[in-house]
Design a protein around this ligand. Structure first.
Ligand code: FE
Length: 221
């Protein structure tokens, strides 16, 4: 079978992935939901990065994170030798973080709504850029003021493995494949679930970057 025939064969196979996949209680993957908005999202990320460039932050233990990060919104998540926290200013420029684009707010609200969290209006968005060697060890998102609000995480770019575990670090995580356009939403009893991204990405033949599999969005208040 030629490569062309193989491509045609795959093209004829419908996408059998469910559009909504349950990861845990009140934790879902919304497959492909961001895809129709990819151009706007990517243009908006470029605008943010022009004002607040990606950087590799230091953990409180002094390790440089392999994931490059930036933020938009009224506060942004930062880490340095003094700890993890949300800060209204970018520590590199001392200026406020770039405003959250309407595209981010609308998509996050729609995703949260589809996941059963109505009325979500985020005030912060962490943008994580994973290059092929980057990883994010299992962690909880627990620096937010309002743990009643869900986390909405939008994946763009290369596929990645997403680990979603339980409330204890020792709980064995389940593995999910995240594709371009997928959105993970978790809250309620899963709000403090451990999650992470192992270093299992194939190197991109085109040099295309994977950004950002972990937009964290926090509700106002
Ligand atoms: Fe996280």
């Amino acid at each position: 079978m030629s490569a062309r025939e193989l491509t045609d064969l795959f093209a004829s196979v419908p996408d059998v992935r469910p559009s909504l996949e349950l990861m845990a209680a009140r934790a879902v993957l919304l497959r492909g939901l961001a895809k129709p908005f990819e151009s706007e999202l990517i243009a908006d990320i470029s605008g943010i990065v022009a004002q607040a460039p990606f950087r590799h932050m230091l953990t409180p233990g002094g390790h440089q994170m392999s994931v490059a990060m930036t933020n938009c919104g009224s506060v942004g998540w930062v880490t340095d030798r003094s700890g993890y926290r949300y800060d209204g200013a970018d520590p590199e420029s001392a200026k406020p973080w770039p405003a959250m684009p309407p595209s981010f707010r609308a998509l996050a609200g729609q995703a949260a709504d589809q996941a059963g969290f109505g009325g979500f209006s985020p005030d912060a968005c962490l943008i994580n850029r994973y290059q092929p060697s980057a990883r994010m060890s299992l962690h909880q998102d627990k620096d937010e003021l309002d743990l009643g609000a869900p986390i909405v995480s939008v994946s763009l770019g290369l596929p990645a493995v997403f680990l979603f575990g339980g409330l204890q670090r020792s709980d064995k995580p389940r593995r999910f494949r995240l594709e371009h356009g997928d959105i993970a939403v978790w809250g309620g009893p899963s709000r403090l679930a451990f999650h992470g991204v192992p270093c299992e990405r194939a190197a991109s033949p085109t040099g295309r970057r994977n950004a950002p599999p972990d937009d964290k969005l926090r509700e106002d208040g």
